[in-house]
Design a protein around this ligand. Structure first.
Ligand code: WTA
Length: 651
C-alpha cells in the first residue's frame, strides 16, 4: 500500500518514486465545510443524516416520514413536506439580508456583461412567474426551454419551479427534430427561446428551429422569445410573444406557494440504449436537499468564493450545479455564454482572472483541450484565485488530472472528481476536499449518505482489486422518480438487472483498487460518451439509416485523446447507390447533425461491403471497436463470415 507523506518534510527524495496520492492540505482541511465526522454521522443513521441535510432548506411544512420506499423503485423522500424551490434559491437569501449579494456575473460571448444581485434575481423571477401565470399556465404544466447560457434561461427555470411548472430544458445545440420529439413527449404548452445565439462571434439563429419544431405540435400554445442577437425572425401572431413586452412589464412582486416534496420539478432527456431518448423525471424536496448538500461539501463553497461551473443548462450538470445547488446556497457565480476559444483560447483564463474565480468545475475533455493548446496560455494569466477544481462527465485520465492541478490549480488546489448521472440528480461518488486523500483518476468513494457497490453478474461483491458493475444499493434523495410516460422502461432499464436485490444498475463499469479507492471505467452499454455528452449508438444508427442511400449502419465509440470517445460509423449502402466517397460521407455527417445535433456527428464514417454479425444477426460492436481503435481482432469465432474484416479493412 502506498502511504502519503503527511508533512512536506517527509516528501520523497529524488530517487524514490513520488507516491501518486494527494493528502489534503492541513490548512484547507481545518477550514473545510466537510469534516470526517460526516461519514460517521451518515453511517450511524443514514436516514437521520438526510433529515439533517434537508434542514439546510426552508420548508413551508415539515415532512412526516423521511423515506417511503414501499413503492420501490419509485421513492418518496420527505413525505408530506412542502417547500418552494425558487423561494429556497432566491427569496430566502433576500429575506436573510443578502439581497445585495451578486448571484450572477454574466459574461456574454461578445463581451457584454450583466450583474444580477439576489434582489435583481427575485424581481426577474417574480416578473416571469407573473407573466407565465397570465399566459394561463398552472402547476403541473410543462414548459420547454431552448436557450443559450443567458440569465433569462436561469430566470425561466426558476420561474417554472416557483409556479410548480415542470421544465424540460433542451440543449440549444439540438436540432429542430430533436426538440420536436421532446416537446411532443412532454406535451409542453410553452416554449421559451431566443432569436439567435452567439457562436464564435457570429449570431446563429435559434428561433427558426423552434418554428420548425412547433409546426403542427398540438400541445404548444405560446413561444416566448428573448431578444439576444437582434437578428430577424419570423413571427406567428397569436402564438409568438416577445419576452421584453411580456415579462419586462410584469410586476416584480410575487408570493411563492409551497409544493409537495414529490412535485415534479423537471424532465431532462438523456440517451439510452434505444433510439428514443428517456425523459428523466426529478422531483422537489429530495432533489434540492442533495444538490444543496453536495454543492456545499464537495465544492467547499464559502460566502467569499466566486464559483464557476462551465456546463450548459441543457445538461444535468447545469441544472444541479449552476441553478439549483449553487443558488440554494446563495452563491456568487460566473455564467459564461460562449465557447472557450472565442475570440481566442485565453477566454476561460481571462474570465477566471477578471472575476477572481475560486472554484472551477469542468469536464475532462476541456482539460485535455487546454493541454493541447499548451500551458503557455493559462500561464499568461493570474489564476491564483483558484482554490478548488472539479471534474465531471467522464473518467479523468491521471495525466490530465495532474496537469489540471499543477497548471490551473497552482499545484495546490484539491480536485474533486465527481461521478454522477442525469438519473442520480446529484453527485454520488467523489472525494470530500479537506478530508479525502485523492488519487489522480479515481472518484475515490461514495459520499456520506450514499451507498454503492461493485458487483459481478451474479451480484457478488468484487472486493478490492476486482472490477465489475457499479450499482447503488440504497435509495438516495435526488434519485430519478421515473421516465416520463414510460414507467416500464424505467423498471426495465435500471432495476431489472439486479431485481432480486433491488439495486439500481448505473450502466458503468468500475473497480476498487488495492486500497479500496473506486475507479469508474466507463459505460458498459451501448451509450457513448463524447466530450462528456451521452449519445446512444442506436440514435446515430437510426439517423444514418434515415439517409436514402444507406441500407445498414453500425456505430461504435472509439477511444479519442481529446473527447474521451469519438463516434465511428460503419455503413452499408443500398444496392445501386454509388459510393462517391467524400461528398457522400459529408452528406451522411450532416444528416446526423440535422437529425440529432452537431455533437453527434461521427468522427469517421467507413463505407463497407458488410458488417460483422453473429449467427443470430446481432452486429458485433466489440469487433468493430477493435477495428476502429486499430487493435488486433478479438474472438471472431461466433461470426458467420470471419472474412468480413478483410473487406472492412480494405474499404
Ligand atoms: C459518466 C453527467 C467517470 C458515466 C453528470 C455516467 C463519469 C455518465 C463521471 C452520466 C466521472 C460522469 N468519472 N465517469 N467523474 N461523471 N461520468 O447523465 O459514464 O450526462 O454514467 O451525467 O457520465 O452522464 P450524464
Amino acid at each position: 500500500m502506498t502511504s502519503a507523506p503527511s508533512t512536506p518534510n517527509s516528501a520523497p527524495s529524488a530517487d524514490t518514486p513520488e507516491p501518486d496520492v494527494y493528502p489534503p492540505n492541513p490548512a484547507f482541511a481545518a477550514a473545510a465545510n466537510a469534516q470526517p465526522s460526516l461519514y460517521d454521522d451518515a453511517a450511524r443513521d443514514r436516514l437521520a443524516f438526510w433529515e439533517t441535510q434537508a434542514e439546510r432548506l426552508h420548508w413551508h411544512e415539515k415532512w412526516s416520514d423521511v423515506l417511503d420506499w414501499s413503492g420501490a423503485p419509485v421513492a418518496k423522500w420527505f413525505v408530506g413536506g412542502k417547500l418552494n424551490v425558487a423561494y429556497n434559491c432566491v427569496d430566502r437569501h433576500v429575506l436573510e439580508g443578502n439581497g445585495e449579494r451578486v448571484a450572477i456575473e454574466f459574461e456574454g460571448e461578445p463581451g457584454d456583461t450583466r450583474t444580477l444581485t439576489y434582489n435583481d434575481l427575485l424581481a426577474e423571477v417574480s416578473r416571469a412567474a407573473n407573466a407565465f401565470t397570465d399566459l394561463g399556465l398552472v402547476a403541473g404544466d410543462r414548459v420547454a426551454v431552448y436557450m443559450p447560457m443567458i440569465p433569462e434561461a436561469i430566470v425561466t427555470m426558476l420561474a417554472c419551479a416557483r409556479l410548480g411548472l415542470t421544465h424540460s430544458v433542451v440543449f440549444g445545440g439540438f436540432s429542430a427534430g430533436a426538440l420536436r420529439s421532446r416537446i411532443d413527449d412532454a406535451e409542453a404548452k410553452l416554449v421559451v427561446t431566443v432569436d439567435g445565439q452567439w457562436r464564435r462571434g457570429k449570431p446563429a439563429p435559434l428561433k427558426s428551429a423552434v418554428d420548425e419544431a412547433v409546426d403542427g405540435a398540438e400541445s404548444v400554445e405560446n413561444v416566448l422569445v428573448v431578444r439576444r442577437t437582434g437578428i430577424d425572425v419570423e413571427w406567428t401572431e397569436g402564438r409568438d410573444l416577445c419576452w421584453h413586452d411580456t415579462v419586462d412589464p410584469a410586476s416584480p412582486e410575487h408570493t411563492a406557494q409551497p409544493f409537495d416534496s414529490e412535485h415534479p420539478l423537471f424532465i431532462l432527456y438523456t440517451s439510452g440504449t434505444t433510439g428514443k431518448p428517456k425523459g428523466i423525471v426529478h422531483t422537489t424536496g429530495g432533489y434540492l436537499t442533495q444538490v444543496s448538500y453536495t454543492h456545499h461539501n464537495v465544492f467547499d463553497y464559502k460566502p467569499d468564493d466566486v464559483y464557476w461551473c462551465t456546463a450548459d443548462i441543457g445538461w444535468v450538470t447545469g441544472h444541479s450545479y449552476i441553478v439549483y445547488g449553487p443558488l440554494s446556497n446563495g452563491v456568487t457565480q460566473v455564467v459564461y455564454e460562449g465557447t472557450p476559444n472565442s475570440p481566442d483560447e485565453h477566454r476561460h483564463f481571462q474570465i477566471i482572472e477578471k472575476y477572481g474565480v475560486s472554484i472551477y468545475y469542468t469536464a475532462p475533455t476541456m482539460v485535455r483541450t487546454f493541454m493541447k493548446w499548451g500551458r503557455a496560455i493559462p500561464d499568461a494569466h493570474d489564476l491564483s484565485s483558484i482554490r478548488l477544481l472539479g471534474s465531471v462527465g467522464e473518467p479523468i485520465n491521471p495525466e490530465a488530472w495532474r496537469w489540471y492541478r499543477d497548471v490551473i490549480g497552482g499545484g495546490t488546489a484539491p480536485i474533486v472528481d465527481t461521478w454522477w448521472q442525469t438519473e442520480t440528480g446529484a453527485i454520488m461518488i467523489s472525494p470530500l476536499p479537506g478530508v479525502t486523500t485523492t488519487k489522480p483518476g479515481s472518484a475515490m468513494a461514495p459520499l456520506p449518505g450514499i451507498s454503492a457497490k461493485i458487483v459481478d453478474d451474479d451480484g457478488k461483491d468484487v472486493g478490492n482489486g476486482g472490477s465489475g458493475y457499479l450499482v447503488l444499493d440504497e435509495p438516495w434523495p435526488s434519485m430519478l422518480r421515473g421516465i416520463w410516460g414510460d414507467m416500464d422502461r424505467y423498471r426495465d432499464t435500471y432495476w431489472s438487472r439486479y431485481a432480486e436485490q433491488g439495486w439500481y444498475f448505473a450502466g458503468d463499469g468500475a473497480k476498487f483498487d488495492e486500497d479500496g479507492a473506486l475507479w469508474v471505467m466507463g459505460r458498459v452499454d451501448d451509450v457513448m460518451n463524447v466530450s462528456g455528452h451521452r449519445i446512444s449508438t442506436a440514435e446515430v444508427e437510426s439517423a444514418l439509416v434515415g439517409h436514402s442511400g444507406v441500407a445498414e449502419a453500425a456505430v461504435v465509440g472509439a477511444t479519442d485523446d481529446t473527447t474521451g470517445q469519438g463516434i465511428v460509423a460503419f455503413v452499408i449502402l443500398r444496392q445501386g447507390v454509388e459510393n462517391t466517397g467524400d461528398p457522400l460521407i459529408a452528406e451522411l455527417r450532416s444528416q446526423v447533425s440535422t437529425d440529432i445535433s452537431p455533437i453527434a456527428k461521427p468522427r469517421e464514417i467507413h463505407i463497407v461491403p458488410e458488417l460483422p454479425k453473429t449467427r443470430s444477426g446481432k452486429i458485433m460492436r466489440r469487433l468493430l471497436r477493435d477495428v476502429a481503435e486499430g487493435r488486433e481482432l478479438g474472438d471472431t469465432s461466433t461470426l458467420v463470415d470471419p472474412g468480413v474484416f478483410e473487406a472492412i479493412r480494405k474499404a
